[in-house]
Design a protein around this ligand. Structure first.
Ligand code: UDP
Length: 481
């Protein structure tokens, strides 16, 4: 009979995108630190991406198993969302995730884990877990705030109550006054694709939800979620705070150590702005030029991360420091966590992906907010209206297509950067709030902190479920003998 957490074996199935794979890997590290065995199930190309980040964790209890992305030879698109610069392919990509099911099931049969922790984007895992008599826990890569605001807006179809795309509507019943516009809504809300139709049914069969957040960050929204009948949930974040060594920080996500740290070492404390738009975003050449001009005009030292983007050809200088510029450009993947932790950092210009928001919060940085698509517009409201640590650059159209978003001109960029990096009462107040949140995040994951306690609770509950299952099987065996 199972007697310790070491007897517990958990399968993790992350969505095939860095913003979901990275926190789920961190979650598996946290859970395995309590004894259970973690197996991350992913496709071969994604396993290659994860392995370098795993190699410096020193935990022999975490393994990767691979399943084929597809056996259909007509499918030629990449196994990871980052490989899809043309957003048209995205619905097909999501649809193809359903084809992982038979491969995942055959691993379940062979390895018989005690629990599945899978991304919300795999609704079919709920039925599979039921079939095998084990709990499915959904990993939701966003905050309670965004989840709640999104649910209220979708349920009441608030975006239909306005006469134009830029007329604000109030999201009713929330602890704060949150106003949004139709143009800020993702098409996932206004015209949900077919693959999302299975979400509500899958939630009914889901045992609980694990959230990369901490209670003190959004107590009103965690409580709101519960009081509105939300499922059992555990708040165990920020999960990346499990990575404490400098090497582990610098390698996370496969980033190579780079010149940038030498550059940062030569800067004054709190003087540098870090500019990064996550792992997926692309821009038009016009927007890149305006952004660059705005950063230069603000006159503050900056690090700008530019992804492999056709529009960047000719509009962005080569990697490194350019003569006459106050900035340092990183082309490709940046060691974001390690950069944010550097004492020269004074602000973060972010696209408001939830991981980046949490990373900025945990680093105690005020932020310039520039949301682009998905839940990013909600996360912006959280940083600006709820936490009071953000200044919006005024990006008002939610779209994965760069040409559909209105251009944010250089003057707006420079003004928002100056508001965050400059002096004055408001800027100081923002810094104070950001420092407070940094302390709260560290406390939450420390001994006896809310996230640390919730993680322990989750592992204990999964153990108890396993014990019950074993007892029931023993009773059934006796009856049928
Ligand atoms: N990230 C990184 N280096 C990069 C770009 C992104 O380390 O050059 C990491 C970042 O720290 C975060 C994740 O990738 O953990 C991106 O997730 P987020 O939710 O912020 O945005 P997404 O990429 O999903 O839009």
């Amino acid at each position: 009979m199972a007697s310790s957490a070491a007897d517990l074996h958990i399968f993790f199935l992350p969505l095939l995108a860095p913003g979901h794979m990275i926190p789920m890997l961190d979650l598996s590290i946290l859970i395995s630190g309590r004894g259970p065995r973690s197996t991350i199930v992913t496709t071969p190309a994604n396993a290659k991406l994860l392995r370098p980040s795993l190699s410096d964790t020193d935990n022999p209890n975490i393994h990767i198993l691979t399943i084929p992305f597809t056996s259909d030879e007509s499918i030629h698109y990449a196994e990871n969302l980052t490989g899809h610069p043309i957003p048209d392919i995205t619905p097909e990509f999501f649809a193809s995730l359903c084809r992982l099911e038979p491969h995942f099931e055959s691993l379940l049969l062979t390895h018989r884990p005690d629990c599945i922790i899978s991304d919300v984007f795999y609704p079919w895992t709920a039925n599979l877990a039921k079939r095998y008599g084990i709990p499915r826990i959904a990993f939701h890569g966003t905050s309670y705030f965004s989840f709640t605001v999104m649910s209220v807006i979708s349920h009441l179809r608030l975006y239909e109550s306005v006469s134009s795309f830029d007329e604000p509507f109030l999201v009713p019943g929330l602890p704060h006054s949150i106003k949004m516009t139709r143009s800020q809504m993702s098409s996932l809300i206004t015209s949900p694709p077919e693959f999302m139709a299975g979400f509500p049914a899958s939630f009914k069969e889901t045992y609980g939800m694990v959230m990369n957040t901490f209670h003190e960050l959004e107590p009103a929204y965690a409580d709101f979620f519960k009081s509105a009948g939300g499922m059992r949930s555990w708040n165990v974040g920020p999960v990346f705070l499990c990575r404490r060594s400098v090497d582990s920080l610098r390698n996370r996500g496969g980033a190579a150590a780079c010149e940038v740290f030498r550059w940062l070492d030569g800067k004054d404390a709190g003087s540098v702005l870090y500019v990064c738009f996550g792992s997926l975003a692309r821009f038009t050449a016009v927007q890149l030029r305006e952004l660059r001009a705005g950063l230069e005009a603000a006159g503050r030292s900056f690090i700008w991360v530019v992804k492999d983007d056709p529009a960047a050809e000719g509009s962005v200088p080569v990697t490194g420091e350019e003569e006459g510029s106050v900035g340092f450009v990183i082309k490709g993947w940046a060691p974001q966590l390690a950069i944010l932790e550097h004492e020269a950092l004074g602000g973060f210009l972010t696209h408001c992906g939830w991981n980046s928001c949490l990373e900025g919060i945990a680093a105690g940085l005020p932020m310039v907010t520039w949301p682009l698509f998905a839940d990013q517009q909600f996360n912006e409201r959280f940083l600006v209206d709820v936490l009071g640590v953000g200044v919006s650059v005024g990006s008002v159209v939610n779209s994965t297509r760069p040409e559909e978003r209105t251009v944010v001109v250089a003057e707006r960029v420079a003004a928002a950067v100056e508001a965050v990096m400059g002096g004055g009462e408001e800027a100081e107040e923002r810094r104070r709030k950001a420092r407070e949140m940094k302390e709260a995040a560290a406390k939450a994951v420390g001994e006896g902190g809310s996230s640390e306690v919730d993680l322990g609770r989750m592992v204990e509950e999964l153990m108890a479920l396993k014990m019950n299952r074993i007892k029931e099987t023993a009773v059934n065996d006796r009856i049928s003998a």
